[in-house]
Design a protein around this ligand. Sequence first.
Ligand SMILES: Nc1ncnc2c1ncn2[C@@H]1O[C@H](COP(=O)(O)OP(=O)(O)OP(=O)(O)O)[C@@H](O)[C@H]1O
Length: 484
Amino acid sequence: MGNILVIDDEREVGTFFQHLLEGRGNKVKLGFSGEDFFQLIQQYKFDLAFIDVKLPDANGLNLLKQLKRSCPSCKAVVMTGYSTVKTAVEAIKHGANDYIEKPFDDIEQLERLIDELLSDGPLSSQDDMYKLAETLGFIVGTNKEMNDLLKLAYKIAKKNVNVLIEGETGTGKEVLAHFIHNASMRYDQPFIGVNCGAVSETLLESELFGHEKGAFTGAVKEKKGIFEIANRGTLFLDEIGEASLATQVKLLRVLETGEYIRVGGETIRKTNTRIIAASHVNLAKAVEEKTFREDLLYRLDVVKLTIPPLRERLEDLPILIDYFLKKLNTPLSFSEDCISRMKQYHWPGNVRELYNVVKRAITLAEGETEVITVDYLPEKLKVPLHLGQVSNNKRSTKDEVEDLEAYLQKWMNGVLALWKNSDRLDLEQVISSVKELETKIGRSFVMKMLKETLGNRKEAAERLNISVRTLRYLLKEKGADPKA
Ligand SMILES: Nc1ncnc2c1ncn2[C@@H]1O[C@H](COP(=O)(O)OP(=O)(O)OP(=O)(O)O)[C@@H](O)[C@H]1O
C-alpha cells in the first residue's frame, strides 16, 4: 500500500491508474499538468509517481528532477509513447526507476512493477542483476559509471528497444550484449553475433538475410539468414560501422518495418529480431564523415550504452583480476607491486588485454611461485608509464617544441590516475616527476624562443627575462649553472 501520484494530460490514463491502484489498496492523486504536479508535491508526500514525459506545459524529465530533489525517496516511473522512448531512457539516467510505454498492453507486468516498487523488490532484483552479470562474465566492481551502465542495461533489457553499445576494443561490448539478451524476455531464444567487418558485403548480406539457390556463385542451395534463425531472439551486430552503405540501407529497412528479402529472392519476409549493435568507432562522427547513415544511427541509438575504457575504471582492476584467477582455476595471486604497476598502465586493449596479461603471468609463474611478482609481467608493464614513458623518450628538438601540450596532458593524466586510483605508490617518484616537468617546461620555452629568434641566444634570453647562463642551464649545457 502506498501514496501514488499520477501525472498525465490524457484523462483516461489517470482514470485507468486510479482504478488499478485504488483496487489494490493504494491512495492515488491525479494531476494533468506540470502545474498540478507542483501543487500536489507541495501538499502531499508520495511513495511512487507515474509521470508522462510529454505534458502540455512541462517536460516530464524536469518534473522528475524536481521530484528527486524534493522527495528523494519517492520512486518514479515515466510514461512514454514510442517516439519518446529516448527521453524515457534519459529519465532512467536521471533517477527514474523505470519507464513504461503507452498504451499499456501487459497489465500484469505493470502490476508486478508496482508491487516491486512499493516493496523492497528492487533490491532483490538488483541482486539478480549482479548474479546474472557474473554468471555471464560481465564483472563490475565499484566504479560508479559501470554500475550505472549495468543498471540501465538491466532495465532496458526487458523493453523491446534496439541498443547501441559503444566502447574501445576489448571493453566488453559483446559480453554486455549477451547480458542484455539473457536479462530480456528473449533469453530462451537464440543470441547470434555477427562481425560486420570480418566478411565481405555479399557474405554478410547472405548471413543476415539468407539467400536463394543460385543467388551468387557458390549459392548451391537456399540458406536461411540470421533474421530468420534469430527471429524472436537477439542479433548482435558487432562493428556495425564496418557495414557497407548498401548493407546499411537493408538494415534500415528491417529496423523500420521488420521486413527483409533474401539475397536473390523476391518474397518479403518478416522478422521480430532485436538488434544490439556495437562499434568501437564513434558512429556520430562516422555520420559526419558520411560513412554511416544518419537514419540508421537514429534507429539503432534508441538506447546508447558507452562502456568506459579500463584506464578510467582502474579501481575495478583487482576485482577483474580475482575473477580471472578464479576463472583460470589457479591458486596463484598477484603481489601488491604487480597490482600497482597494472594500475599505472593505460590498457589500450582494455579488459581483453588484462585477461591476456593475467593468463600469461600464470602460465609463466606456475610451479615457480605462489605470489606472482613484477618479473612475470610483460615489459610494457614493468616501467611505470606515467613517469617513465614520457621521460624515457628521446625526442628531437622539433618534437619537443611541438609536443609540450601532449606531454603536459600525459603528465597530468598520469598523476591524476595515481591520485584517483593508487592505494600504494612511490611519492618520491611522483615528486621527482614534478622536477622533470619543470625542466621540460623550461627547455620547451627556450627552444621555442630560440626558434623565433633564429637561434639568437642573447635575444631569446632577454625575451624570456632570464640570463644567457640560465638559458644554457635550461638547455642542459655542460658547465652552465644559473646560480654561479
Ligand atoms: N566486465 C568484464 N568482466 C569480465 N570479463 C570481461 C569484461 N569485459 C570484457 N571482458 C573479457 O574481455 C574480452 C573481450 O570482451 P568482448 O569481446 O566483449 O569485448 P569487445 O568490446 O566486444 O571487443 P571488440 O571491440 O574487440 O570486439 C572477453 O574475453 C571478455 O570475456
